[in-house]
Design a protein around this ligand. Structure first.
Ligand SMILES: Cc1cc2nc3c(=O)[nH]c(=O)nc-3n(C[C@H](O)[C@H](O)[C@H](O)COP(=O)(O)O)c2cc1C
Length: 343
């Protein structure tokens, strides 16, 4: 059966593979310099990067961010490889938007990753804007149940929808609908962007809607505006998506902007994080969990082992940075901006 949503996801993956500049590689974290300790007074072997999130233990604060799922075999295999790797390495994982499973029940199996990750921290995913297009609490609960998820990510992607030829652009009155979903769901609702960031005004609205978890998913990494521009050019020869390819709030800037809310909301960092050092910087800027998406796509198309190699590299980098700052535990990092050298 022809399935436009799954076709679109496959197109996205092809565009990301063929156009390296869809990853903007802005390296915004590189402008942040950390305090090196010549005398860390610590054995590297004693550095403990473990943490917990939603009561579940994590080997270190890594999230494989929401990517895919659908009726295509490749998306099912990607999710299985990611889930197996997350389980074996003790990190968190999100599935991609589950909207497709409501029109194509054969897509459900690709999201049923609890089978491959019985104890891992897992997140379901829907586009928040769908609650303005007929979705309600029953859809949200079903998305959570199919995954066996510990929480539901609702993604906010107004830029992507605005560039997408067939985009859903009615964002009017959405905060109230999100509030109703959050109040009725059996697990926490977490809001995320997809690469353009979350502002202070957004955080105010989210808090008022009863949301306790925000993934800033800022700019600097994967650009959905650029990706959709490729698809747009099939319909139109303008370059709206290129004009907006670097639009948004850089991830470290978004984390800093939301610092005043840290005591009321748990922050997740994602968008352009590429190393364990970027993760350490994110924790220092107040994040409790650090997400990477596009760096996992190619490895996940190969095997769980390739995904595990990326996770192992990130953990090595994370531990090394902690050691070089004389920080033994992750709680020593959290919000500890004294570790940043200004100037
Ligand atoms: C292939 C692919 C598909 C994605 N699909 C979704 C999605 O369905 N839902 C979502 O919330 N984010 C989705 N994202 C966005 C990521 O979760 C993340 O916010 C974004 O890619 C920025 O992180 P990065 O720079 O590390 O890639 C997707 C990313 C990729 C690479």
């Amino acid at each position: 059966m022809s399935d436009p949503t799954s076709e679109r996801k496959i197109q996205h993956i092809r565009i990301i593979e063929e156009d390296a500049e869809t990853d903007r590689r802005k390296q915004y974290f590189d402008t942040i310099h950390l305090t090196h300790r010549a005398l860390p007074e610590l054995d590297l072997a004693d550095v403990d990067p473990s943490t917990t999130f939603l009561g579940k233990p994590l080997r270190f604060p890594l999230l494989i961010s929401s990517m895919t799922g659908g009726t295509h075999e490749v998306t099912r295999q990607v999710n299985r490889n990611l889930a197996e790797a997350a389980e074996r390495m003790g990190v968190a994982m999100g599935v991609g938007s589950q909207r497709v499973m409501f029109t194509h029940p054969d897509a459900r199996a690709s999201f049923a990753v609890r089978e491959w990750a019985p104890s891992a921290l897992l997140f379901a995913n829907l586009g928040a804007v769908q609650f303005n297009y007929g979705f309600d609490l029953t859809h949200a609960q079903e998305a959570v149940d199919v995954v066996g998820a510990d929480a539901l990510f609702l993604h906010l992607n107004p830029l992507q929808e605005a560039i997408q030829p067939e985009g859903d652009t009615n964002y009017g009155g959405l905060a109230a609908r999100i509030q109703a979903i959050a109040a009725g769901l059996t697990v926490p609702v977490m809001l995320k962007e997809v690469g353009a960031g979350v502002s202070r005004a957004d955080a105010e609205q989210m808090l008022a809607a009863g949301i306790g978890y925000i993934d800033v998913a800022g700019s600097g990494g994967l650009s959905w505006s650029r990706i959709e521009n490729h698809r747009r050019s099939q319909h139109d020869d303008d370059a709206l998506g290129l004009l907006f390819q670097d639009w948004g709030i850089p991830t470290p800037v978004a984390l800093r902007m939301l610092a005043p809310y840290r005591d009321r909301v748990t922050l997740i960092a994602s968008g352009g994080l590429r190393t364990g050092v970027d993760m350490v910087k994110s924790m220092i800027l107040g994040a409790s969990l650090c997400g990477l998406a596009s760096p996992f796509l190619r490895p996940a198309m190969e095997s769980a082992e390739r995904v595990m190699e990326v996770i192992e590299r990130l953990e090595r980098e994370f531990r090394t940075a902690m050691f070089l700052m004389g920080m033994r535990t992750v709680s020593d990092l959290f919000g500890n901006e004294d570790l940043i050298i200004e100037g």
